[in-house]
Write a protein that binds this ligand. Structure first.
Ligand SMILES: Nc1ncnc2c1ncn2[C@@H]1O[C@H](COP(=O)(O)OP(=O)(O)OP(=O)(O)O)[C@@H](O)[C@H]1O
Ligand SMILES: [Mg+2]
Length: 294
C-alpha cells in the first residue's frame, strides 16, 4: 500500500517540478547517525550546523525525531509543531520552521515512516511548494536521533554523506561497526567521527581498527573515512548544562577547534554555485530523495 502511495507522490513531485523549472543551489545532505545512543549525535549536529552557519553557509538542520531531547534542547527552543502537522494539513511549513540564528534554520521532523503515511495529494503538493523556501540551503544536517529503527534507512539512502558517530567505549564501537555493516548494504561510502577522545592518536587508532575489521569482513569496496575527532571536553558538558552550543560559548575550547576541522572537511565537499532544479535542493530535495529510495 505504502509503495503505491509513494509512487503517486513521486508522480506528483515529477510533474510539479516540470511545471516549475526554477533553479537553485544544490544542497548537500549530511546524515549523522550512530549505533549506540548518547554518543554525541545531537551535540555534533547542532555545533556543526552552527559552525557552518558562522562560515556564511545557509544551513538547515533536520531533527528526524524531535521531542526526544534532541535539537530542541541543544538550541534551547520550544517546538510546538513538526513536519507531520504540515503533512496532515494542521500547519504550514513556515509555521514549523525555527530560525535559530542567522543562516540557520531548524526543521522539526518526525520518524520517516509516519511521514510517508500521509500522502494526501493536495497537502503534499502544498508542502512541496512551501518547502521551496528552503531551497537556498547549502547544507542540510539530519540528526537521526534514537529509536527510529528501520525508518532511519531512508535518511541513510538519501544523504550525500553518512556520518557514524562513536565514542571509545567498546560497546559503542561494536554498535558502530554493526551500523556500518548495515549502511554498507545501502551504499559504498561511510564517514566517521570519533567523539570524546583524549587525542588524535586515540581516534585514529580506533578508526584504523574499525576499518581493518570492516575491510576484512564487509569488503575493501567500502570507502570508510575519518572526518574527524572531538576531544572529551568538560566545556562541552558545561555548555549543554547551560543550554548553549559549546562552539558559541567556548570559541577557544579544544572541542571547538575539532569542530572547525570537521566543518572544513564538510565545506570542502560542497559543490559551489552548482545550479540544479529545485527538486534537488532544500527540504523538497530531501523529500524527493526519500521518495525515490522508498
Ligand atoms: N565531546 C564531548 N565531551 C564531553 N562530553 C560529551 C561530548 N560529546 C557528548 N558529550 C556528552 O554526551 C551526552 C550525550 O550527547 P548527545 O545528546 O549529543 O548524544 P546523542 O547521540 O544525540 O544521544 P541520543 O542517542 O539520545 O539522541 C551529552 O549530554 C554530553 O554530556
Ligand atoms: Mg540526540
Amino acid at each position: 500500500m505504502i509503495g503505491h502511495q509513494a509512487e503517486r507522490l513521486e508522480e506528483l513531485v515529477t510533474s510539479s517540478s516540470n511545471q516549475d523549472p526554477k533553479k537553485s543551489k544544490k544542497t548537500r545532505f549530511v546524515t549523522i547517525t550512530s549505533g549506540k545512543g548518547g554518543v554525541g549525535k545531537s551535540t555534533i549536529s547542532s555545533n556543526l550546523a552552527y559552525t557552518l552557519a558562522q562560515h556564511g553557509l545557509n544551513v538547515g538542520i533536520f531533527d528526524a525525531d524531535i521531542g526526544l531531547a534532541n535539537l530542541d534542547v541543544m538550541f534551547n527552543v520550544k517546538i510546538k509543531k513538526n513536519i507531520l502537522h504540515v503533512l496532515k494539513g494542521e500547519a504550514s511549513v513556515s509555521d514549523i520552521l525555527i530560525s535559530v540564528m542567522r543562516n540557520l534554520i531548524l526543521i522539526p521532523g518526525e520518524s520517516g515512516d509516519e511521514i510517508l503515511k500521509y500522502s494526501d495529494m493536495a497537502l503534499f503538493e502544498r508542502f512541496m511548494e512551501e518547502a521551496q523556501v528552503l531551497d537556498k540551503l547549502d547544507v542540510m544536517i539530519i540528526d537521526t536521533g534514537t529509536g527510529i529503527g528501520e525508518h532511519i534507512q531512508m535518511f541513510l539512502n538519501a544523504a550525500d554523506d553518512v556520518v557514524v558517530v562513536t565514542v571509545p567505549d567498546p560497546a559503542a564501537i561494536t554498535d558502530a561497526y554493526a551500523t556500518i555493516k548495515t549502511i554498507a548494504t545501502l551504499r559504498d561510502d561511510v564517514s566517521m567521527i570519533i567523539n570524546q577522545v583524549k587525542s588524535e592518536k586515540e581516534a585514529v587508532g580506533i578508526f584504523n581498527k574499525i576499518r581493518k575489521v570492516a575491510h576484512a569482513n564487509i569488503g575493501t569496496n567500502l570507502d570508510l573515512r575519518l572526518v574527524g575527532k572531538i576531544d572529551s571536553d568538560a566545556k562541552v558538558v558545561s555548555a549543554i548544562k547551560q543550554r548553549a552550543l559549546f562552539c558559541a560559548l567556548y570559541p577557544s575550547a579544544a572541542a571547538t577547534h575539532d569542530m572547525e576541522q570537521i566543518a572544513n572537511q564538510i565545506t570542502s565537499k560542497l559543490e559551489r554555485n552548482v545550479l540544479v532544479t529545485s527538486n534537488e535542493s532544500g527540504l523538497s530535495g530531501l523529500f524527493r530523495r526519500l521518495i525515490d529510495h522508498f
